[in-house]
Design a protein around this ligand. Sequence first.
Ligand code: ATP
Length: 244
Amino acid sequence: MESSTAPVLSAHQVSKSFADKTILNDIRLAIKPAEIFGLLGPSGSGKTTLVKLLAGIDVPTTGEIRLLGTLLPNRSMLQQIGYMAQSDALYNELTARENMEFFAALYGLKGRRGRDRIAETAELVGLSEHLSKKAWQYSGGMKRRLSLAIALLHEPPVLLLDEPTVGIDPVLRRSIWAELKTLTGKGTTVVLTTHVMDEADKCDRLAMIRDGHILAEGSPEALLEQTGSDQIEDAFIQLGGGNS
Ligand SMILES: Nc1ncnc2c1ncn2[C@@H]1O[C@H](COP(=O)(O)OP(=O)(O)OP(=O)(O)O)[C@@H](O)[C@H]1O
């Protein structure tokens, strides 16, 4: 029988290069069921590239990514993933509701269930009153919220969120974090990227990334203890994440 602690998502000796430039090097990760796992690093450190590999949207140059034991990329695993890209993949000429309906149909959510999920996720991100607006009329923060709602539509067991709270006000940010905690409480696994240190604190575990390398990995508490720091930001700098 498979161990209950088998990783949901794993990276084994993963590297990624574009042309002759190495962007990620020897990435090893084992994301556990129902945890919030944060990829923390400065701009350009490789977080987006790594999330795309973990979502099976791009292919590693070397190494393996496995989702629930299955080698990625694999089309049949798409249903298992809710992916929120950093740049919002929305249809500007459609209303927010039409955007949601489009993705609901793509995920096979039909009829009553589709309508219910659209209502629930729109409520969660505070957009219920704005679903008739066209996406181009949305602010940057509203687009982020709409993209998050779309990623949650089909209740995937694994959520991959690239900077989910950028441009979102503090009150809504808090409610989104509360929802992520609720989802992990129900068994969803969440991987998110952030460069905001106070968000890193809220993750169950973190990988600190700099220049395509994982500098350190562990719970926020363990990383603080390891470095004798009070704050994640200090721990990050001590572990080699500061400006060189
Ligand atoms: N398709 C590509 N071709 C060439 N270089 C790329 C490509 N995609 C990303 N890169 C480079 O890889 C590096 C890491 O980019 P990535 O977007 O993964 O970083 P990031 O940590 O997500 O940064 P940010 O927080 O600013 O989005 C950057 O130097 C970027 O220019």
